[in-house]
Design a protein around this ligand. Structure first.
Ligand code: ACO
Length: 332
């Protein structure tokens, strides 16, 4: 079986910058509280009529395609990770296909929240390994800001999330020592409601009620302490799993790209893995937590900044709602 490799990366974030000071105008919070607990200084919010989950994905995809030296019509498959699709259905994969002006190729939507992008990468990798497809577009794109509670009630969650998109193009690798070495996926539904949006609910006769609008169940709920505890266990576990599978140790990693959940979680992983700060990508101060988009945005920025060079060992890792967690080890 052949390996896949990353031939191009790209990202797009909306123009509107929202600082912690801006949020202070909307709710009882402070720049100091947000920075101390999360590391976030600002995030981007979409502009209605300009940005959509699918068209941000298209902007990121075009950059990834350009780097891969491919035209949209050379793509064989789209795998689109998002928890904030444009519509309840159809998924955003078909909308991205339309945005890119391509027809008839398959488009798969992945619903694994913060781990979604690595799940998507793994799906794409399997299709390349089996020889079924050659050029696969893997995308993560999110609009959170239209679904957050900006009153003081929602402050524990709403200050964390931001909007944005990232993409990569996966193609067959010339050598089995290069490219995606392995991917590792996990889930545990026991904690499904600890980080979730519970309404609208298909299991209720009326999917959306005035009560849901008023009691805030249309907004994300997060048991912050529980998420923190599980995240700091699962991140190192799934990184070790990828290293062990390939016979490496943590110090062999040249660049770790963790899902940008929270700076405290990232710092904990960095220390636990014994890595210097410059080998762990962090851009949460600029964008907040963009869930499925955070890993590809961080990867794209790391490449753009020249922090990843040919031959480097790159590890992607994520933890999120589900709970789900995942990793990928890549020889660049
Ligand atoms: N501004 C000011 N005060 C706030 C805010 C805010 N935005 N949010 C909560 N508070 C208050 C609370 O009301 C509480 O006040 P009280 O003591 O009077 O009751 C106080 O701050 C402490 O609240 P906690 O929830 O205990 O705060 P904690 O120190 O646990 O920090 C946080 C919350 C940052 C969410 C933390 O639990 C955490 O880091 N959790 C990890 C979860 C995470 O990072 N999720 C990211 C998204 S999920 C993912 O990507 C995996």
């Amino acid at each position: 079986m052949r390996n896949s490799k990353i031939a191009g990366v790209g990202h797009y974030v909306p123009e509107q910058v929202v600082t912690n000071k801006d949020l202070e105008q909307l709710m009882d919070t402070s720049d100091e509280w947000i920075q101390e607990r999360t590391g976030i200084k600002e995030r981007r919010y979409f502009t209605e009529g300009v940005d959509t989950t699918a068209n941000m994905a298209a902007k990121a995809s075009r950059k990834a395609l350009e780097m891969a030296n491919l035209q949209p019509e050379q793509i064989d498959l789209i795998v689109f990770a998002t928890l904030s699709p444009d519509y309840v259905f159809p998924g955003s994969g078909v909308l991205l296909e339309r945005e890119l002006g391509i027809k008839e190729i398959p488009a798969i939507d992945i619903r694994n929240q913060c781990s979604g992008f690595i799940y998507a990468l793994s799906v794409a990798d399997q299709f390349i390994k089996t020889g079924m497809y050659n050029n696969v577009l893997v995308v993560g794109s999110e609009i959170h800001s239209s679904g957050l509670d900006f009153s003081t009630r929602g402050r524990g969650v709403s200050v964390i999330f931001g909007d944005g998109a990232g993409a990569l193009v996966l193609t067959p690798s010339e050598s089995n020592d290069k490219g995606v070495l392995s991917t590792h996926l996990h889930a545990d539904g026991e904690f499904a409601e600890e980080l979730a949006v519970l309404a609208p609910a298909t299991n209720k006769k009326d999917r959306l009620t005035h009560e849901m609008l008023e009691d805030g169940s249309i907004y994300p709920y997060m048991n912050g302490n529980m998420v923190f505890k599980h995240a700091v266990t699962r991140f190192p576990e799934v990184i070790e799993e990828a290293l062990n599978k390939n016979g490496y140790k943590a110090t062999d990693i040249d660049m770790l790209i963790p899902h940008q959940a929270n700076l405290r979680i990232t710092s904990y992983i960095q220390q636990k893995m014994g890595l210097p700060a410059e080998k762990v990508m962090s851009n949460i101060h600029k964008y907040g937590n963009t869930t499925a988009a955070s890993v590809p945005i961080a990867l794209s920025e790391a490449v753009q900044e020249g922090r990843i060079k040919e031959g480097d060992l790159v590890c992607l890792a994520a933890f999120g709602s589900g709970f789900t967690w995942a990793s990928a080890l890549i020889r660049w």
